[in-house]
Design a protein around this ligand. Sequence first.
Ligand SMILES: [Zn+2]
Ligand SMILES: [Zn+2]
Length: 196
Amino acid sequence: MQLSKTGYYADFIIYPLLILGLLGVQLAEATTWRPFGFVFLCLLGFAAWTLCEYLLHRYVLHRVPILHDMHEAHHANPSAFVGTPSWASFLMFSVGALLPLSFAIGFTYASPVTIGLMLGYFCYVVVHHVTHHWRLAPDSPLYRFKHRHARHHFAKTPGNFGVTTLFWDVVFGTSLEAGSRERRSSFLRGFGRFLG
Ligand SMILES: [Zn+2]
Ligand SMILES: [Zn+2]
């Protein structure tokens, strides 16, 4: 949806604070500290975010009626301050992830997974901002992200729904990068068709 400049940039402040806050709570709550387990669960959350990012973009922002119209405003005017309000993403991570995960596996394990999810979301917000608002030289490491996301916006075929990674587009057969469609196995091609 269309946001104010403050609303648009709020994620850049709120998410590092939320991540640090949750990390602080985790450290205060922990009776025994297992750094490897913690990092593993964070990485799991981060990886899970990349799949959420793909599915939310492909099936929610491009298909669910009202949300599709809001996302369409971003496609129509890619440099405008259009995005997901911080309160909505906060609800998604708190009520949609941390709360049910805490009930299922306990706060000690749910917290690092949620930190990983939020870290992934923060990366998504930063990378998406950079692709639209920064001028990047072709030799910049971020240039390929910009190029890839530009294809999502301007190619006639729908695809490149992942912003932080092309991995799920390759898995589900929606990559618009040269050669990747040919490289897919027939199983993945069928799975992609199954998902629509
Ligand atoms: Zn889109
Ligand atoms: Zn975009």
